[in-house]
Design a protein around this ligand. Structure first.
Ligand SMILES: [Zn+2]
Length: 82
């Protein structure tokens, strides 16, 4: 059964399913834009994760690194600004 409805985006009168909210043209755009949005969100999430992985070294790691360079922890921090 199809009924007349008005597209919520462009206001065009269309005939279709009673639950339809957008004309076929706008529906395509809406689906594309939500798809793009979720992609961007997913990408942003991944970036957050990546930066968490690249977090600065732990105190123990810094101390070990300083030792390997024959520096004290204080010297190492002063030089590399950690
Ligand atoms: Zn429309």
């Amino acid at each position: 059964m199809s009924v007349l409805y008005t597209c919520e985006i462009c206001g065009k009168e269309c005939e279709g399913h009673p639950n339809s909210r957008y004309c076929s043209e706008c529906r395509g755009k809406v689906i594309r834009s939500t798809h793009k949005e979720s992609l961007a969100k997913r990408r942003a999430k991944r970036q957050t994760k990546a930066s968490e992985v690249a977090k600065p070294m732990t105190l123990g790691q810094i101390a070990a690194k300083a030792r390997s360079l024959h520096m004290s922890y204080g010297e190492f921090v002063a030089k590399y600004g950690l």
